[in-house]
Design a protein around this ligand. Structure first.
Ligand SMILES: [Zn+2]
Ligand SMILES: [Zn+2]
Length: 311
């Protein structure tokens, strides 16, 4: 869909009563902010997922120059969306495009998902820019293929990312995806995208969330859900320890907030969530694993603080 079509879609939708609806705020006992939601081309389908899953707001992950589209969306559905910007980090104009995104209202960078080393020169440039512009950055870390010959994304997390956390203390990193979450366990060696079974305490993700003020965790997707589901005793402690560092997100691609359509982009390794809404599944695990006060921080408060959104 091109820009004109998008604006026309938003404009048409603005005339329909669906926009007067607000998400139910009470279903989860706290309003919920979805940090990780990929922009869908039609306004109504963005809202259908929010409303269906009982979410108040979503942070839209976008790519390229979308300032006009985001303005139209904000006007059509006031208060329901914030957005992050991203762009091909190997392009020479990446700095200009991302800076323009922030000028246009983007509140962060992401998601950054490239076949590059996590500590390579292309991404280092973006880490520095995020610090300069005072915006957080969501990064997809993955070492194990979901599909044949997929390749790695932001490779080297467990081996090299501590050096990045030290080198960029003023950059706010939000870790996401398979390698970030599998490494809550100290015995992980890239043997599976989504390891199961009890967590061996002392994994790098757990340690670094405690040791580095500039690292946060995005609980979205099968990766986040899997990490919270594999060892209930670990999960309860982990959520308590890092209650100010974790952010709820869905990364859900289901149609209606109830699991219709495709929920995890047909990723065969994530079949455990097939036919389910990832947002609902992860909120349910969070709810049964922690107190209402901590749930509210993870589902709502932490994101508002980090993105500087007035509650
Ligand atoms: Zn991702
Ligand atoms: Zn869903």
């Amino acid at each position: 869909m091109n820009r004109r079509e998008f604006l026309e879609t938003v404009g048409a939708a603005a005339l329909t009563p669906i926009l007067a609806q607000r998400a139910p705020m009470s279903e989860w006992g706290s309003p919920v902010f979805d940090l990780h939601f990929h922009l869908r081309s039609e306004l109504a389908s963005n809202l259908a997922h929010l409303d269906g899953a009982g979410l108040a707001k979503a942070n839209l992950l976008t790519r390229g120059v979308v300032g006009e589209e985001m303005k139209a969306l904000a006007a059509a559905a006031p208060g329901r969306f914030t957005w992050f910007t991203s762009y091909d980090v190997t392009q020479s104009d990446v700095g200009r495009v991302l800076s323009q995104g922030v000028k246009d209202g983007a509140q962060g960078f992401g998601e950054l998902k490239f076949h590059l080393a996590a500590d390579g020169p292309e991404l280092r440039r973006i880490y520095a820019l995020a610090a300069e512009l005072l915006v957080p950055i969501v990064i997809h870390f993955q070492e194990v293929d979901h599909f044949p010959n997929e390749g790695t994304w932001s490779a080297g997390f467990a081996k090299t990312f501590e050096s990045i956390l030290n080198a960029y203390p003023r950059t706010t990193f939000i870790g996401h995806a398979d390698a970030f979450w599998a490494n809550v366990s100290d015995d992980y060696h890239n043997e599976a995208a989504y390891p199961s079974g009890p967590v061996k305490r002392g994994g790098v993700t757990d340690r670094w969330l405690g040791d580095y003020a500039n690292l946060f965790g995005d609980l979205s997707a099968n990766s986040g859900n899997n990490a919270l589901s594999r060892d209930p005793e670990f999960t309860a402690d982990f959520l308590t320890r890092h209650q100010d560092k974790l952010l709820f997100g869905s990364d859900c691609s289901c149609r209606d907030g109830h699991g219709a359509g495709v929920s995890q982009s047909n990723n065969p390794a994530a079949a455990r969530l097939a036919g389910k809404c990832v947002a609902r599944e992860t909120l349910t695990v969070l709810q049964r694993s922690t107190s209402p006060a901590i749930f509210q921080k993870i589902a709502w408060g932490n994101a508002h603080r980090l993105l500087r959104i007035p509650v």
